[in-house]
Design a protein around this ligand. Structure first.
Ligand code: KIV
Ligand code: ZN
Length: 499
């Protein structure tokens, strides 16, 4: 192992994909996996195969599609999980099983109703079992952040003796302070006899906003693998952001530790993941947020104009932010659209490209310039093609002093339906009209309109959560017409529970 290098273990497709509403289909997961390979990650955690046939199949297909990174599959310390992981990894060129168990007092007592000794035995047994299938076995001590260091060191030593090649020390609840987490890693480096036989990994959650700081504390104290996700997505408040760790190490050369990340590919993959998962990136997000390189105050603008280094520690080009990204118009050809999509990590050809190009021309007619986000939305539009319920037409009359009225047409499995209604606003009228056709008790729980970047002709993106039968369903819609985008997001939700 190169001590001056930290290995990047990406878990966007496992921890990231666990986020409600962020689920991807296998084709989309392959697209992300290939982009991660291009980015230069060392390990891709591709899923939790025993959890569902979809996850199992995705691990198989990602294993086939990806060449260089190690493909990793998650398991509990349970034989049937490990069997499923080994089976799903059969086509991977480099494979790893990631098994583990909770080690904190509360996990041992409340989750497993067990004892520390029994948990230690189960941990060792799981590693030995996984070792029958693969050479590369990673062990995670879930909730290590709140696990007593002395006991944790015993577990780590035992699993390394059993054959673990990597040991993951998750701060599962995002509780640790950076000083505490760094000290934990140092304690393990100093007290585990056989520590030189394995790589120590960080896996930090962001519940208190300390995931990146904790990961850095881990690296500074000896961890040489970091578990991260694109845009920091993941359970609850998310995981450590890949882009933040990669850029910290790039900016702080004095630390003397490198990654294999091609940082110029960071921004395109960030956009791709955000678009495919319908998960907006907060504008002030470090490195990839819309405002990350925008200087708005007069004093800052003045400084930047005199010398960019006054307020800019990162050259936007270093993370792939491309000033020329808004260049497509109605006069752009097939090849330009194909090329721009390729720059964004999306490879399309044949009929699919023709369809995207057709939609592009329609959009370019409505907008003067089609930007990268618009293109990614068009590239993902096929996800609605298999829907049973489609919006046929929508007409809304609204304005000051008028009661908004909407008439709507739906195509439900080829049959046409229409209805009209009023509401307290145009969206309300349109949804009331829709509910005349689909008579179910549905409640909107969340409704976000995003991304009007550049003028009143821009494309609106709507994210919506609709509750039906005590479950919440996530939907997305994009259109230059905000009301249509809203109704499409609503229909996207309905399609999820009427599948
Ligand atoms: O946060 C966590 O502890 C995890 C483990 C399953 C690695 O995601
Ligand atoms: Zn996690």
């Amino acid at each position: 192992m190169d001590k001056n290098r930290v290995y990047i273990f990406d878990t966007t497709l496992r921890d990231g994909e666990q986020v409600p509403g962020c689920q991807l289909n296998t084709v989309e997961k392959i697209q992300v996996a290939k982009a991660l390979e291009g980015l230069g990650v060392d390990v891709i955690e591709a899923g939790f195969p025993v959890s569902s046939p979809g996850d199992f199949n995705s691990v198989i297909e990602i294993s086939k599609a990806v060449t260089w990174p190690t493909i990793c599959a998650l398991t509990r310390a349970v034989e049937k999980d490990i069997d499923a992981a080994a089976d799903a990894l059969k086509y991977a060129k480099h494979k790893r099983i990631h098994t583990g168990i909770g080690t904190s007092e509360s996990h041992i007592r409340y989750k497993f109703n067990s004892t520390p000794e029994e948990i230690l035995e189960r941990a060792v047994k799981a590693v030995k079992y996984a070792k029958k299938y693969v050479e590369d076995v990673e062990f995670y001590a879930e909730d290590a952040g709140r696990t007593d260091n002395e006991y944790l060191a015993r577990v780590v030593e035992a699993v390394i003796a059993a054959g673990a090649t990597v040991v993951n020390i998750p701060d599962t609840t995002g509780y640790c302070l950076p000083s505490e987490y760094g000290a934990k890693i140092k304690y393990l480096m100093d007290h585990v006899q056989n520590i030189d036989k394995a790589t120590i990994s960080t896996h930090c959650h962001n519940d208190l906003g300390m995931a990146t700081a904790n990961t850095m504390a881990g690296i500074l104290n000896g961890a040489r693998q970091v578990e991260v996700t694109i845009n920091g997505i993941g359970e609850r408040a998310g995981n450590t952001s890949l882009e933040e760790v990669a850029m910290i190490l790039k900016c702080h050369k004095g630390i003397g530790i490198d990654t294999n990340i091609n940082t110029q590919k960071i921004y395109p993959i960030s956009r791709m993941v955000s678009n495919l998962m319908n998960m907006p990136v907060q504008p002030n997000k470090a490195i990839v947020g819309k405002n990350a390189f925008a200087h708005s105050s007069g004093i800052h603008q003045d400084g930047v104009l005199k010398n960019v280094q006054t307020y800019e520690i990162i050259d936007p080009h270093d993370v792939g932010v491309d000033d020329n990204s808004i260049v497509l118009t109605a006069r752009s050809g097939h090849a330009a659209v194909k090329y721009r999509l390729e720059c964004l990590g999306v490879k399309v050809e044949g009929e699919k490209l023709d369809k995207i190009y057709k939609d592009f021309l329609v959009l370019a007619d409505k907008k003067k310039q089609v930007n990268d986000d618009d293109l990614l939305v068009l590239a993902g539009a096929e996800r609605t093609e298999a829907h049973n319920i489609k919006l046929d037409y929508l007409q809304v009359t609204t304005g000051k002093g008028l009661k908004p009225v909407a008439s709507i047409g739906l195509d439900i499995s080829g049959e046409k339906f229409q209805a009209a209604d009023t509401g307290n606003g145009p969206v309300d009228a349109a949804i009331n009209a829709l509910k005349q056709i689909i008579r179910r008790k549905m409640t909107i729980k969340e409704f976000t309109i995003q991304n009007i970047n550049s003028g009143s002709d821009d494309m609106a993106k709507v994210h919506m959560q609709v509750e039906f039968n005590k479950h919440v369903y996530y939907g997305f819609g994009a259109n230059t017409d905000i009301v249509t985008a809203s109704v499409e997001a609503y229909i996207d939700c309905i399609n999820k529970f009427t599948k």
